[in-house]
Design a protein around this ligand. Structure first.
Ligand SMILES: [Cu+2]
Length: 159
């Protein structure tokens, strides 16, 4: 009896460890096999950035971006920030400082013409984001028009 006792406990412990290891392997595989992400349609127009949905799951996120113009080329810059989208740091012309304090530049769909669409995919972590057009346009009268200041900004959340 004195011999069987410890032996049984030892066997039980070994079984417990291997069951735990199996559980860990299973959950690791599970999370790697399901990189959620998603697809977000975004309309750019004078003067707004309009995501078709307010949020998406973290992971590989594909933006299908349309420039609805009607007149100007636009771009879409993805910025990770806890700042309100209309309170980003700008220069004197009203262009957002993409390397500014409180801003993490993630990537962008570069300027493209009205009537066209572009697609880009970014790996996004959970958090608050701003989607903006950061074009600074030279006007015929010599002034500069910052699309961000004109209202081309939207808040966006990654869960
Ligand atoms: Cu624009």
């Amino acid at each position: 009896m004195k011999i069987i006792g410890p032996e049984a406990r030892g066997r039980g412990r070994a079984l417990g460890v291997s069951a735990l290891a199996l559980a860990l392997v299973t959950s690791a595989c599970g999370s790697a096999a399901t990189p959620a992400g998603g697809t977000v349609a975004v309309a750019l127009q004078e003067w707004a950035v309009v995501p078709a949905r307010p949020s998406v799951n973290a992971g590989k996120v594909t933006f299908n971006v349309s420039n609805n113009g009607p007149d100007d080329p636009h771009e879409m810059v993805v910025i990770k920030t806890d700042l309100a989208p209309d309170k980003l740091p700008t220069d004197a012309d009203g262009k957002v400082e993409e390397e500014g304090a409180g801003i993490e530049f993630i990537g962008e769909v570069e300027s493209f013409d009205p009537g066209k669409s572009e697609t880009a995919t970014f790996e996004l972590k959970p958090g608050k984001y701003a989607l903006i057009c950061n074009i600074l346009q030279d006007e015929p009268d010599g002034s500069k028009e910052a699309h961000y200041k004109m209202g081309m900004l939207a808040s966006f959340t990654v869960n």
